[in-house]
Design a protein around this ligand. Structure first.
Ligand SMILES: [Zn+2]
Length: 143
């Protein structure tokens, strides 16, 4: 993803990123030619999606949450190359009903939504993702 200055047809350069504060991220871009500026503001849900995707904004990666670092370290210590079965065992299980609910999410954002919900479930210690868990995750990320 990149932004173009409509006036100059030049790519806007990343200027600075602030946050996340209260889950929101403010990213400022500027046009080197005419000096036009604009800021991109994400809500907590979008910040979460950006994190989940590991998107780099202007060369700065949105810092992972502490839990993620801990989890990454544990996996590394146990086995540098975990077998797929281990990964599956660690991920919460989706009920048929919750999966159906996910099918209603537009296809292009579904993988992001799935990861965000699985992450929420893991953080909450849920072994199973039910419709209730999906609703909870939505309530938390999309107030
Ligand atoms: Zn410009």
């Amino acid at each position: 993803m990149k932004f173009l200055c409509v006036r100059c047809d030049e790519p806007m350069a990343f200027e600075k990123a602030e946050g996340p504060e209260e889950g929101s991220l403010a990213v400022t871009f500027a046009c080197a030619r005419c000096g036009a500026r604009f800021a991109l503001l994400t809500n907590p849900w979008e910040t979460q999606l950006v994190r989940t995707l590991g998107v780099r904004i202007g060369g700065r990666r949105v810092p992972p949450e502490p839990m993620e670092l801990v989890r990454g370290t544990l996996v590394q210590q146990r086995d540098p190359e975990p077998a797929p079965a281990d990964v599956r065992a660690a991920a919460p299980v989706w009920t048929a009903e919750a999966s159906q609910r996910l099918e209603r999410v537009p296809e292009f954002v579904r993988p992001m939504a799935r990861q965000a919900i699985e992450r929420y479930a893991t953080e909450q210690g849920y072994r199973e993702i039910t419709v209730r868990v999906v609703d909870e995750a939505r309530a938390r990320y999309m107030p």
